[in-house]
Design a protein around this ligand. Structure first.
Ligand code: AMP
Ligand code: MG
Length: 439
């Protein structure tokens, strides 16, 4: 192993100076993407997609003045001074259910029984809850006004005008722009669009992402492995990450390390919005992907200053953008998180493209030789002893580039900057919270 303190100029084996930084690689990749065209979709299919048009209300919500409680619709002036020991008695002129227009008028000295959501009757300007009247004790055999022969309710509390009344348009006013183009549709926004009577909405469509694994040794899920073979896990990790990011994954299988098979399988992904390959982009004898890509498209192969995941290819084949990830399972996943997910989010029209991060206190010492940005599979926890409610972070086991189980144990990627050779306990560092989506 080279000594880490050997001057850079004497380290041709690493040549970090010529490597591309992660941020620069991301910038170049993102420049190749734009948000995808808008298309109408049924409302529920729009969940998590980005609205492509302003949503303007064509009427008030709620559409009419209605009761916020089960109780009695009254004229507030009639209840002045009412208390439990000195209730005000009002004649009951009707019973109003939700779903029907109010059939009665509430004149002086009268009240109407009313249910939540029922339109307020003319003349009434407040609702007194059942609990503040002699209901429900009196419902079976209500007292009757001897003169009018009408049932009577005793009101135990003074109502102020508009108590327990919901105004028409209190939520949304007619002609108001309720949601702007560019908004991500979460469940509340879906509900608002339903309230606006939208059966379909225009959103930026999901990108289709074709995924091709490569390697003579790589065998898809199914047949038993023969000596020297490994299971294709990358296609599945990547497909799940594509789906999580909002794309539609399409599996193109596993290509042999042969020019003909690779070109043939790549052709099947030409209609996709993005092609993702794994393997075959490093310096080994059978890393054919780079040769095929160079021959068939315009592709740059970069060494990116990151760990895991140094080799990375990006460019176009037949007009389709292609992201060539390394084959090591963790390197593939970490590189996809840094470059693939933001590209998908950009196509979706999302505003925040990167992974949300938190600052956390490191609990153990970590080496970071080689001047690359190290994405350490990590466990982040809330530190309950910290009055500020801070986060603490430790490595989640073996950091080998092929060890997928430690990625499964992780809930974040701790970012050790390229300039830091040793991260010490107590340092505050950024952690990418890979399972979060803050919008
Ligand atoms: P490569 O980048 O092609 O040199 O592959 C690097 C390592 O990742 C090798 O050990 C491969 O066997 C392994 N590998 C490549 N593709 C896959 C895959 N789809 N699933 C699991 N491991 C893979
Ligand atoms: Mg390979």
């Amino acid at each position: 192993m080279p000594e880490p303190d050997t001057p850079l100029a004497e380290r041709p084996w690493e040549d970090v100076a010529r490597m591309l930084g992660v941020d620069e690689a991301l910038e170049r990749i993102l420049a190749a993407f734009a948000r995808l065209p808008a298309q109408p979709v049924p409302l529920l299919e729009a969940l998590d997609l980005v609205l492509a048009e302003d949503a303007v209300a064509d009427s008030d919500i709620p559409p009419f003045r209605n009761s916020a409680m089960d109780g009695y619709a009254v004229r507030a002036a009639d209840t002045v001074g009412a208390r439990r020991t000195a209730p005000v008695c009002l004649d009951v002129v009707g019973n109003l259910a939700a779903g029907y227009s109010a059939s009665v008028r509430v004149g002086p000295g009268t009240a109407a029984r009313i249910m939540t959501g029922a339109p307020m009757p003319e003349g009434a300007d407040a609702v007194v809850r059942f609990e503040e009247t002699d209901e429900p004790a009196s419902t079976v055999d209500p007292p009757t006004n001897e003169a009018t022969r009408r049932p009577v309710v005793a009101v135990h509390r003074e109502a102020k005008p508009w108590d327990n009344v919901r105004a028409a348009g209190e939520d949304v006013r007619a002609a108001e722009t309720v949601l702007r183009a560019g908004t991500r549709l979460r469940p509340p926004e879906i509900g608002i669009l339903a309230a606006l009577n939208r059966a379909t909405v225009r959103v930026h469509r999901r990108p289709r992402v074709a995924i091709l694994s490569t390697g003579d040794e790589v065998i898809d899920v199914g047949p038993a492995l023969r000596p020297g073979q490994v299971r294709n896990s990358n296609s599945y990790t990547l497909a799940a990450m594509v789906a999580r990011a909002g794309g539609v994954p399409e599996l193109l299988g596993v290509a042999r390390d042969q020019v003909t098979d690779l070109s043939h399988r790549l052709t099947a992904g030409r209609d996709a919005d993005l092609l993702v390959t794994s393997g075959g982009v490093s310096l080994g004898d059978y890393d054919m992907v780079k040769d095929v890509l160079r021959a068939e498209g315009e592709i740059a192969i970069w060494q990116v200053r990151m760990k895991p995941g140094k080799p990375l290819a990006f460019g176009h084949v037949g007009g389709t953008p292609l992201l060539g990830l390394p084959g090591n399972p963790v390197a593939a996943a970490v590189s996809f998180e840094q470059f693939g997910r933001p590209a998908i989010r950009k196509m979706l029209g999302r505003q925040k493209l990167g992974v949300p991060t938190v600052e956390a206190t490191l609990l153990e010492r970590l080496d970071n030789r080689g001047q690359r940005r190290h994405y350490v599979r990590a466990r982040v926890d809330r530190d309950l002893s910290d009055p500020a409610g801070g986060y603490v972070v430790r490595a989640a086991g073996d950091q080998g580039a092929g060890v997928l189980s430690s990625l499964a144990r992780a809930n974040g990627l701790l970012v050790v900057p390229e300039y830091l050779e040793v991260a010490e306990p107590g340092m505050r560092l950024q952690v990418q919270m890979v399972d979060w989506d803050l919008g």
